[in-house]
Ligand binder design. Structure first.
Ligand code: SF4
Length: 313
């Protein structure tokens, strides 16, 4: 399987492209994630020709419109920015996710300072980076995260899970039968996010016909990305464990079942880890040759070496 390709703010990879000539390298990205994905780096401000080092720029509200301007508000960089992004449109086609630098008026995802036109008063924290906004508008289904959220274990794990699901869907789903296969393999992942998720997506899959399939498969992808938007809730994860346990009702004796049920209950109390139960269910799937379960991405939604499942609590 090819590696997913992620767009990324160049400074996160350690490139000295920031306005002050520095970088904001993220060691997890450069040392760990980089083994399992390819990156397409991009520094919008450098590509706009602003140079390194450069004077800082900021978001300014003018007649209800938010623009990217020089710090003295005399130069409007917005037209240059937008035409630069358009020039690179092909470079961003086919990406499987994007990692943005936080707090930048260009790359930052939210709550950025927006200054008033006349420069007086306190800036309001309501802006979106102009490049971030362009990517969101032009590639709305793309999984995204920023350098701040990347430090939150649950958000990081969820982002990586989305990236691999998104890439697999694009690569593997080309007709009804490949969609059905994908849908089966992701069943328990979807159920962790939303108990009704597999059913809702199944209804979309059932409604698609071979005719015009290419154009309609995005309906499924759209719903899938919506379902996976936020990390799953503990009660849903527990629910999936019980569902999977149901496959072994004829294989396990009374005591074994009671032991595992106790473990799942303890998981809710934080006394047993998600990983411990996952390993046990995976072990039983192999021992009792449950092929349907062994094909589930639930047990390994991304490369094992990323060791992200241990961060699920
Ligand atoms: S935050 Fe964006 S614009 Fe700023 S240095 Fe990093 S990549 Fe360049």
């Amino acid at each position: 399987m090819e590696k997913p390709v992620l767009g990324i703010s160049s400074c996160i990879l350690g490139d000295n492209v920031r306005f002050d000539g520095g970088a904001k390298r993220d060691s997890w990205v450069t040392d760990k994630l980089s083994e399992h994905v390819d990156f397409k780096k991009f520094c919008p401000e450098v590509e706009m020709g602003l140079g390194v080092p450069r004077k800082p720029i900021r978001l300014v509200e003018e007649s209800g419109e938010i623009k990217l301007k020089s710090i003295d508000h005399l130069i409007d960089h917005t037209p240059n920015a937008l035409s630069t992004f358009e020039k690179y449109r092909d470079y961003f086609e086919g990406l499987d996710g994007y990692i943005f630098m936080k707090n930048s008026p260009t790359c930052g995802p939210e709550k950025l300072k927006v200054y008033k036109e006349e420069g007086k008063g306190h800036p309001e924290r309501k802006g979106l980076g102009i490049f971030y906004k362009w990517i969101k508008e032009n590639f709305p289904l793309l999984p995204i995260i920023d350098s701040g959220r990347l430090n939150d274990n649950a958000l990081r794990e969820n982002f990586v899970k989305k990236v691999f699901a998104f890439q697999r869907f694009k690569k593997e789903v080309s007709d009804i039968s490949s969609l059905q296969r994908f849908h089966q393999e992701y069943k328990y992942i979807f159920m962790e996010y939303r108990p009704q998720g597999p059913k809702e997506l199944g209804q979309i899959a059932a409604g698609l016909s071979e005719q015009g399939f290419e154009n309609n498969r995005d309906t499924y992808l759209n719903m899938m990305m919506e379902i996976m938007e936020r990390p799953s809730a503990l009660k849903n994860r527990k629910n999936v464990m019980f569902h999977i346990l149901g496959y072994f009702k004829k294989d396990l004796d009374k005591e074994e079942k009671a032991q595992i049920i106790e473990m799942i209950e303890e998981y809710k109390e934080g006394e047993t880890s998600y990983m411990a139960i996952l390993k046990l269910l995976s072990f039983f799937s192999k021992k009792y040759s449950k092929d349907y379960l062994l094909n589930q991405k639930y047990f390994l939604p991304y490369p094992k070496n990323l060791k992200l499942q241990r961060s699920i609590i």
